[in-house]
Design a protein around this ligand. Structure first.
Ligand code: ADP
Ligand code: MG
Length: 256
């Protein structure tokens, strides 16, 4: 069997799907990611929690190289992310990302928003991409909105479209950066429910959120970040009932 470093090599199912080794990142004098080591297993759901400014978004952005790193290594499914070029574009497609702001294309329909990526990036035939997109819209419960424009949908619906759009690229891992913080309270649960069912279906997920209910329901592990460091890691049960570090105790005291 020939082995190819970018495609075709059979990944070791026991190896971490996402692996960060000694990752460092500075913004000028600010050491925003300090020697981060984090492995996420296939099918694992990791919730990242921590005070504002602790580096959670930078961590997410580094994982798909929306942000460069100074040193260290980030690998997706055993393949180290290159800094740039075609190989990067290919690996980046393995990482789906959902942001706080939904970032849908305002002048494209919901269906187009979801089907554009598979056609443009993956070279999928338009009819096939539409079929896939309708299935995904149905899965997140907004298939009846397919021909509308984003502005005609509620925030919760738009965020579910953003999830469908990311899934359309068939990512190996999904990153969520505070996906419900821009939503009105009554819309938070519909998005969290979609994420819980995704987790139950076995999707590997890294989720930055302060939604404790979601963490308790769906997370295998909570990673607590403060000042650019991973301070503590535990199961949700352990973390919420018995945080170890003073930083985590202080943080939970403020949000719970
Ligand atoms: P979090 O998501 O945990 O709130 P961020 O990763 O957004 O934290 O930010 C961590 C720190 O890095 C903050 O102090 C923020 O101001 C700073 N930061 C983020 N992005 C940039 C940037 N592009 N340039 C300079 N500083 C930045
Ligand atoms: Mg953030």
């Amino acid at each position: 069997m020939t082995r190819d470093t970018t495609e075709g090599a059979t990944p070791d199912p026991a190896a971490p799907l996402v692996s960060l080794k000694n990752v460092n990142k500075h913004f000028g004098d600010l050491h925003v990611l300090q020697n981060i080591n984090l492995n996420v297993a296939r099918g694992e759901v990791v919730v990242v929690i921590g005070p504002s400014g602790s580096g959670k978004s930078t961590l997410c952005r580094a994982i798909n190289r929306l942000e460069t790193i100074d040193d260290g290594e980030i690998a997706i499914d055993g393949k180290v992310l290159p800094a740039e070029g075609k190989a990067l574009a290919k690996l980046r497609a393995d990482v789906g990302m959902v942001f706080q702001s939904f970032n849908l294309f305002a002048h494209k329909t919901i269906l187009e928003n979801v089907s554009l990526g598979p056609v443009k990036v993956k070279g999928m035939k338009s009819a096939e991409a539409k079929k896939l997109s309708m299935e995904l819209l149905e899965r997140v419960g907004v298939d009846n909105q397919a021909n509308k424009l984003p502005a005609q949908l509620s925030g919760g619906q738009q965020q579910r479209v953003a999830i469908a759009r990311a899934l359309a690229m068939k990512p190996k891992v999904m990153l969520f950066d505070e996906p419900t913080s821009a939503l009105d309270p009554e819309m938070i649960n519909e998005v969290l429910d979609t994420m819980v069912s995704l987790a139950k279906e076995g999707m590997t997920m890294i989720v930055v959120t302060h939604e404790m209910g979601f963490a308790r329901k769906a997370a295998d592990r909570v990673v607590f970040m403060a000042d650019g460091q991973i301070v503590e890691e535990a199961t949700p049960e352990e973390f919420f009932t018995n945080p170890k570090s003073a930083r985590a105790k202080d943080f939970l005291g403020k949000i719970l």
